[in-house]
Design a protein around this ligand. Structure first.
Ligand code: 8YV
Length: 336
């Protein structure tokens, strides 16, 4: 609390003016101009009860130790691999995210990438830029149909299901792999496969799992070697789910037909990162949720999560609700 008896919140991203005004009605906002400036971030966390930040900003044990009064991390994004969840939970810090509101946008982008790969949009655009014109003439880069092709959805959560529905509408056969073998409600048209079988059978493999210790490098050299030489890999989830060095090698050797990546192991990539010059790869700068409507809905949900916990109310979306319980065990029940 500050002198005006308002809780202090740290804003590690700049909300639009109307949203900032909404926050400032209840809180004193400390804006971190450059969240990659670690010292500035840690200093701003010192008295903060809440933190609003990108789902890509690392909030590790050191950052949590620098924030002794923190009660909520309100991620702007559905991912939460940026936070040391065990440490946050142990400290009674609620980790909140923005599920659902971005599922359609990410699924749309995933289909856009699948279509771009299947119809060779980049090659064809280049063809025109080179002053050529195809028509029925020779040399035009031919694509492949989606109808009757198999799409392997790895992770049939909210986004995976949204992709599956779209793929079905394109006439694709939908296979999936998940920790749950039973397809969730509304996804009975999806057929379960173990991961190796999914990789062997799919014409398009698309990744929609959270990044955890268990999913880091889930797709490595061995998994890529199981894919058909005609198959494509699409990643709109998190870069480290794919062993990028192994992917570069597979692309160089033509072991798979191509890949489309909205996320990389290191973001932004170093200028000399081999993935940038690998053949048959289409790379976007992490724009799965980047539409005006979706980003506005994400901001609204993230701020509602932030303000709820700071007020002592339950947040709308929290990935470690036990952290909220923990605060009440510790005699801070007046917040809950
Ligand atoms: C955002 C994301 O672009 O939701 C996520 O987890 O990765 C994206 O929607 C990212 O959080 C940037 O803030």
């Amino acid at each position: 609390m500050n002198a005006a008896n308002k809780p202090i919140v740290c804003l590690a991203l700049r909300p639009p003016a109307d949203v900032l005004a909404r926050i400032e009605r209840e809180c004193e906002a400390r804006l971190v101009a450059d969240p990659s400036d670690r010292a500035a971030l840690l200093a701003a966390l010192d008295a903060a009860e809440g933190l609003l930040c990108s789902a890509l900003l690392p909030i590790d044990a050191e950052a949590l130790a620098a924030a002794p009064r923190l009660r909520v991390i309100a991620n702007f994004g559905v991912g939460f691999d940026n936070v040391d969840l065990a440490e946050a939970t142990a400290r009674g810090v609620a980790v909140c995210n923005t599920p659902d509101v971005l599922s359609d946008a990410v699924a749309d982008l995933t289909m856009a990438l699948i279509l771009a790969l299947s119809r060779r949009l980049v090659d064809n655009a280049l063809f025109v830029r080179e002053g050529r014109w195809g028509g029925a003439g020779p040399g035009v880069p031919l694509g492949v149909d989606l109808r009757d092709k198999a799409i392997g959805v790895v992770g049939l959560g909210r986004i995976g299901r949204a992709v599956a529905k779209r793929a079905r509408a394109f006439g694709m056969r939908v296979l999936y792999h998940d920790v749950f073998r039973q397809p969730p409600e509304g996804a009975a048209f999806c057929s379960y496969r173990d991961l190796d079988t999914l990789l062997r059978e799919s014409d398009f493999v698309t990744l929609h799992v959270n990044l955890t210790l268990g999913t880091r490098h889930l797709i490595g050299a061995r998994e890529l070697s199981l894919m058909k030489p005609s198959a494509y890999l699409v990643n709109t989830a998190r870069g480290p789910i794919v062993d990028q060095a192994a992917l570069c090698d597979a692309l160089q050797r033509g072991a798979i037909a191509g890949a489309a990546l909205d996320v990389l192991e290191r973001e932004p990539p170093a200028g000399d990162d081999p993935i940038l010059s690998a053949p048959n790869v289409l790379i976007l700068p992490h724009v799965g949720s980047a539409t005006r409507e979706t980003r506005a809905a994400m901001m609204d949900l993230a701020v509602r999560n932030l303000l709820a916990v700071v007020r002592g109310e339950p947040p709308l979306a929290c990935v470690n609700p036990e952290a909220l319980d923990r605060r009440s065990w510790e005699g801070e029940g007046d917040h809950a």
